[in-house]
Every structure is written in structure tokens, then in C-alpha cells.
Design a protein around this ligand. Structure first.
Ligand code: PXG
Length: 291
């Protein structure tokens, strides 16, 4: 790959794209990030990702050293420089370089990193036949300690859940919140269909307000499907007719089994297929052009 990783206004070859060991993103997970996709040289929902990044930064009292417009322009230029037509971008704002103490006042300026990369997805077989999920012991962070709506660099909660799922032989985990309601998966939101109605856990139950989630809600409404952001129990998932996950990485992936219960027919259901179809059409035509 050519020189293509953006760090604080300069571009670096991947091998030379390094940050300080005193960066508080590294020392403490003190920062925020976004994962963004581009399709055919169009960056999907760029403005929404930038807005969510600024919201995350605001909540952790981190000043982003560029305006939203300048940051968007940097993302566009980085994608352009990469030469990739389809791919994935990791946009990171860390508290910046400080000292070994956790006091963020030592970090004089936040640091911005933009990494373009090739697409990465689950294996095709899972899109065709559905993924199997397992509920894991690790609970989602409570809103009052680290609100899951903040897309922070501190992903240990999700990583522990991922480790637990992988050790049990599963690719993805369901995290419950502190009260035992379904929150989301480690890097995806969850939807389910019962009686023709589309449900997803409301974000205050411990879910990131996913951008793909918002897109699916809008696409469903366009198709006159009733969408309910609900309190969700595992019972609701086990007895659903259909279930699928959404996320920038996974896009839309059908769920076949949850905790060894077959969901509906065990393969992608009719509403899931229709929404995947509509999603594919949308990403092909929408997005901020890179050209
Ligand atoms: N929940 C969590 C906890 C996430 O991190 C989503 C839901 C889906 O949100 P979007 O806005 O993407 O529809 C996410 C985001 C990756 C990767 O590399 C993906 C995410 C986070 C970190 C890494 O696949 N997904």
C-alpha cells in the first residue's frame, strides 16, 4: 500500500505510522473512534459517523482539534490516497501524548489518526446460513459508569465478551445489561422479528446507537414495517421468527441460533432478506464521493 495513514495532518507508510507510548489512547484507552465503510469510492454515512464521533468526544470532554468539516475532508483525502474503491476506515481521536499519570491535563493536544484498510467481513457461509450466537457472562457497562453510547477506545468490556464467545466456539456474543435485558453484541446491534414487527433493544438498555441500526430502521419504515425499540429479554429472542445483526463491519448478517435455540426456520427469514436487499441497494447509491 502507498503512504496512506493519516496522523495529525501528515501521511505515513503503514510501517512508519506510529504513535507515542505516552499517548493516553495507548496508556488508558482514553479516546474515541469510528469504523466507517466506503463502497465504490463513496463513504457511507460519513456525516453521521463524524457527528457520533464529536458526540462521543463531547461526553468524555475531549476537544477534537479539527472542525467536523475539516475532519470529514481529511477522511475523504485519506480514502482517495489509499487508491481503494471499497474498504473500511478507522478514525481515532486520542487524548494525545501526556505522561504516565492519568491526568488528561498533561495531554496538550488530542491526536487524530485515520487508517484505511481492505474490507473485512465474516465468512460468506455465515451470510448465507446465519450466525450462531451465545449469551456470555460479561455484562454491558452500565450507563452511569461508561455509557455504551460512547464509542470509546476502551473496548475491554466487548473484548471480554468476545473472548468468552470464542472460547465456547462462537463467533459473536450477546451481552445483557446489568438488569438482564439484551443490549447488543460485541460489535453489532441486534434486531428480531415477531409477528411481522421489527424490534431492536432501545439504546438506553446498553446498546451503541449504531449507524447501520439507524439505516435499517429507516429502510424498514420505508417498507411500512412497524419498528419498536424495546426492552428485550432472551425469551423474546428465542421465540422470534427472525433475527439479524447490523454493524459497519458485519453489515447485515442473519442469525441462525441463539444459545442453542433455532431462531425461526434457522436461516435468513423473509424480512431479513428484504432488508439486506434494500441495504445493498442503498450502499451502492449513497455516500460522500471521494473522486
Ligand atoms: N455495537 C458496538 C458495540 C459497536 O462497536 C456497533 C454496535 C454497530 O454500529 P455501526 O455504527 O457500525 O452500525 C458497533 C460498531 C470492526 C468493528 O472492526 C466494528 C465495530 C466496532 C469496532 C470494530 O468490525 N462496530
Amino acid at each position: 500500500m502507498s503512504a496512506s495513514i493519516y496522523i495529525d495532518g501528515k501521511y505515513f507508510e503503514p510501517a512508519n505510522a506510529t504513535v507515542s507510548v505516552f499517548d493516553h489512547g495507548f496508556l488508558y484507552g482514553d479516546g474515541v473512534f469510528e469504523g466507517i465503510r466506503f463502497y465504490n469510492k463513496r463513504i457511507f454515512k460519513l456525516n453521521e459517523h463524524i457527528q457520533r464521533l464529536f458526540n462521543s468526544a463531547k461526553v468524555i470532554m475531549l476537544e477534537v482539534p479539527l472542525t467536523a468539516d475539516a475532519l470529514s475532508a481529511a477522511v475523504v483525502t485519506t480514502v482517495k490516497n489509499s487508491g481503494l474503491a471499497d474498504g473500511y476506515i478507522r478514525l481515532i481521536v486520542s487524548r494525545g501524548t501526556g505522561d504516565l499519570g492519568l491526568d488528561p491535563r498533561k495531554c496538550k493536544k488530542a491526536s487524530i489518526v485515520i487508517i484505511p484498510s481492505e474490507l473485512k467481513m465474516y465468512p460468506k457461509e455465515l451470510y448465507d446460513n446465519g450466525i450462531s450466537l451465545i449469551t456470555v457472562p460479561t455484562r454491558r457497562n452500565i450507563n452511569e459508569s461508561l455509557n455504551p453510547r460512547i464509542k470509546s477506545l476502551n473496548y475491554l468490556n466487548n473484548i471480554l465478551a468476545k473472548i468468552e464467545a470464542v472460547q465456547l466456539g462462537y463467533e459473536e456474543a450477546i451481552l445483557l445489561n446489568h438488569d438482564g435485558y439484551v443490549a447488543e453484541c460485541t460489535g453489532d446491534n441486534i434486531f428480531y422479528v415477531t409477528g411481522g414487527v421489527l424490534y431492536t433493544p432501545a439504546s438506553h438498555y446498553g446498546a451503541l446507537k449504531g449507524i447501520t441500526r439507524d439505516v435499517i430502521i429507516d429502510l424498514a419504515k420505508e417498507q411500512h414495517i412497524t419498528v419498536v425499540e424495546a426492552a428485550t429479554t432472551r425469551y423474546d429472542l428465542y421465540t422470534a421468527d427472525e433475527c439479524f445483526l447490523t454493524g459497519t463491519g458485519a453489515e447485515v448478517i442473519p442469525v441462525a441460533k441463539i444459545d442453542a435455540r433455532v431462531i425461526g426456520t434457522g436461516g435468513p427469514g423473509g424480512m431479513t432478506r428484504k432488508l439486506i436487499d434494500a441495504f445493498k441497494k442503498l450502499v451502492a447509491r449513497e455516500g460522500v464521493a471521494v473522486a
